[in-house]
Design a protein around this ligand. Structure first.
Ligand SMILES: Nc1ncnc2c1ncn2[C@@H]1O[C@H](COP(=O)(O)OP(=O)(O)O)[C@@H](O)[C@H]1O
Ligand SMILES: [Mg+2]
Length: 327
């Protein structure tokens, strides 16, 4: 059943600390939202071919292609946006400059634009995403939802807000219209920026910082996805006892001996348990910190590596069990 707190957006931007699982979560989300006969587009913009790796397919060209199916005839398409190709597309779209674009490329001018001016690069990338979100064919939206595997938390606000600066520079004309159009979509309830985090100090801190930075420029924060969580190995009373250093060594030694294990291992084992219990206490603290953000929060389990396609579908199922779905 749909979680009423899950934002009914059509553009889902997935950010987070590098390595926390942005690409994995974005892909799982694209599958979860496609379930039930929807069509979703999973987009990457960092030129890493992370989607192709995850789905075990050859590198994606600058073209949308179906890479997976979802339960109940859902379809997931994928696109690796390339800034240079996006620039050529724009020149043609707005100025009918296909030939000039090709010439620029031959002269190396486009390389210049995309490597030297990161702002321009981000304008092109966000513009392409907006185009996919709003694209209509035969009076119907082409994609029910678009999921963006976005830059990390440290860069996300600037990345999404880049068109504000551009719109400020150009007062009239197609560039201003274009930039205003992108910001109108990104700032609307059509968009939700989700934060992937771990139950660790730095990712939690970055999540808090990003939430503030996004809200400050009027970008809609969606949900917190707490990735790679682990079930405690002991029931709560045993964990508290271990954390307080109150484990009974004699009983542990006795239990070990009774199953034929050297009872001298008891202190080392007790040490491990105490460490596990302290780690659990810390994690509970981070859960409390995240709860203060008052955002819909979903936990995803740490799966046994290596992460494969089966694992990805498992994470998508977990999201669905949390009520994450396209309305
Ligand atoms: N829930 C999970 N359980 C186990 N491994 C995970 C999980 N989520 C991500 N991973 C693994 O963690 C690593 C980083 O994930 P990735 O999605 O590439 O992160 P990012 O895009 O943020 O850099 C990858 O090896 C991925 O397979
Ligand atoms: Mg990634």
């Amino acid at each position: 059943m749909l979680d009423p707190d899950w934002p009914p957006a059509r553009l889902h931007v997935v950010t987070g600390k590098g390595g926390a699982g942005k690409t994995t979560m974005a892909a799982a989300l694209a599958i979860a939202l496609a379930a039930g006969g929807h069509r979703t587009l999973l987009v990457e913009v960092e030129g890493r071919q992370g989607i192709a790796q995850l789905f075990d397919t050859p590198p994606l060209p600058y073209a949308e292609r179906r890479i997976a199916v979802a339960p109940d005839s859902g379809e997931v398409y994928a696109l690796a946006v390339d800034a240079e190709a996006a620039l050529l597309e724009y020149l043609e779209l707005f100025y009918n400059l296909r030939r000039a674009g090709r010439l620029l490329r031959r002269m190396g001018a486009i390389d210049f634009a995309t490597t030297i001016a990161p702002g321009l690069r981000d304008v092109l990338l966000t513009g392409k995403v907006k185009e996919a979100v709003t694209r209509v064919r035969d009076g119907r939206r082409v994609y029910d939802a678009v999921v963006l595997d976005a830059p990390p938390t440290g860069r996300i606000t600037r990345f999404l807000n880049v068109n504000t600066d551009v719109a400020g520079l150009a007062r009239v004309g197609p560039i201003k219209t274009q930039s205003d159009g992108v910001m109108a979509v990104l700032r609307s309830s059509q968009t939700a920026v989700h934060l992937v985090t771990l139950l660790e100090e730095m990712p939690v801190q970055e999540t808090r910082d990003a939430t503030e930075a996004l809200a400050a420029v009027g970008l809609p924060v969606g949900a917190v996805l707490v990735n790679m969580t682990r079930q405690p190995m002991l029931p709560a009373p045993a964990l508290s006892a271990a954390a307080a250093g109150e484990l009974e060594l004699d009983r542990i030694a006795g239990s070990l001996a009774s199953v034929g294990i050297d009872s001298d291992l008891a202190p080392a084992l007790a040490g491990e348990v105490a460490e596990h219990a302290l780690r659990h206490d810390l994690e509970e603290g981070y859960r409390a910190d995240l709860a203060e953000l008052e955002l819909p929060t979903y936990e995803l389990p740490m799966l046994t590596p290596p992460m494969d396609l089966g694992g990805l579908y498992e994470l998508a199922e977990t999201l669905r069990a949390h009520g994450v779905a396209h309305e």
